[in-house]
Design a protein around this ligand. Structure first.
Ligand code: HPA
Ligand code: ZN
Length: 327
């Protein structure tokens, strides 16, 4: 087989994909219409034209506008099902998905409708496509910590449907030290924990997320690259980074894929995997396209690719029976 076919055929695990970031423009228009939600677009084409970004924040502004169309259990089912259907054409085996209930619950949607709508689709995806899925309730830094804690408390009765807690939105002005109580509570509930750190934030946010929040993996994590001691901390503590190469380039976080610290982290023995982040907003580039982009720009060795696929399994929160099948 050719190298590109080899990359395509690798059994993949995705650990960094925001559910609302997989909202394709056509579905945004359709759901807005059926829910009578006003959005400043009348066609999918207009949304695609608006999806050109100068920074993380310029993306987040459009992205959270997209969140506003969701209301019902069916909406969330339809959204996650569209993702499963799309990735089923590649060799995705297991996925752990960030869902941003905090935005929806703060607008009056019931947490239970979101979680159960998503769970139903996960059960169906396992049956129909053989894809296993974990749901990660993701806290948003643009809301205050008290609002995060409220949401976590509401989520406790739904614990069995949620594999872990994440945290995203912009790091600007939001150091990890603000969230110690939140993460302590989440870990006390038995949830796994991860956080976006070192996307646009300084290296110290990566270190503090490890030391204060006790994250088990680090989303993005590329911001540590100027501090060899913090890169070493990632390696020594076996905190893997969930990198999103196409996202980083399109949000102007890194200049190019080789410029992002993929090579540096591989050489420093930091576990890593590649992910799509917000595939629909980033040109409908899903996990396969991210793997292909890294190969095209960097040409990793077969041995390195095999290691990355294994890292993704190791970093996942799959139960033992699922993990055994992924091996
Ligand atoms: N960073 C922070 N928050 C996000 C991102 C991201 O890349 N994507 C979706 N929410
Ligand atoms: Zn992300």
């Amino acid at each position: 087989v050719t190298k590109s076919q080899f990359i395509k055929d690798l059994p993949k695990v995705e650990l960094h994909m925001h559910l609302e970031g997989s909202l394709e423009p056509e579905l945004m228009i359709e759901i807005a219409k059926r829910n009578n939600v006003e959005i400043p677009f009348t066609s999918a084409e207009q949304i695609r034209e608006a999806s050109v970004f100068t920074s993380l924040q310029s993306f987040l502004d459009l992205y959270y506008l997209g969140h506003s169309v969701f209301k019902t259990r069916q909406d969330f089912y339809d959204l996650i099902w569209a993702y499963f259907k799309r990735v089923s054409t590649g060799n995705l085996r297991h996925t752990e998905i960030f869902f941003e209930a905090q935005e929806h619950v703060n607008r009056g949607v019931k947490l239970e409708d979101i979680v159960l709508g998503l769970h139903d689709a996960c059960v169906q995806a396992k049956k129909e496509y053989g894809i296993t899925c974990g749901l990660i309730l993701t806290l948003l830094r643009h809301f205050p910590p008290e609002n995060m804690m409220d949401l976590l408390k509401q989520a406790v009765p739904l614990k069995e449907y949620i594999v872990g807690i994440g945290m995203s939105s912009s790091e600007a002005g939001c150091p990890p030290s603000l969230y110690v109580d939140i993460f302590n509570f989440a870990r006390e509930q038995g949830w796994h924990v991860t956080s976006h750190a070192g996307e646009i934030g300084p290296p110290e946010y990566v270190r503090d997320s490890i030391e204060l929040l006790k994250i088990e993996r680090c989303d993005h994590g590329i911001g540590a690259r100027t501090r060899p001691d913090i890169v070493k901390l990632l390696a020594d503590k076996e905190i893997g980074v969930t990198m999103c190469p196409i996202s980083n380039v399109l949000l102007k976080v890194t200049e190019s894929i080789p410029y992002s610290p993929i090579r540096q982290y591989l050489d420093a023995n930091v576990k890593m995997c590649f992910n799509s982040d917000d595939p629909s907003y980033f040109g409908s580039n899903y996990i396969d396209e991210n793997y292909a982009a890294v190969e095209k720009e960097m040409g990793l060795s077969v041995r390195e690719w095999v290691k990355i696929v294994q890292d993704a399994i190791d970093m996942s929160w799959a139960e033992d029976d699922v993990r055994a099948k992924l091996q």
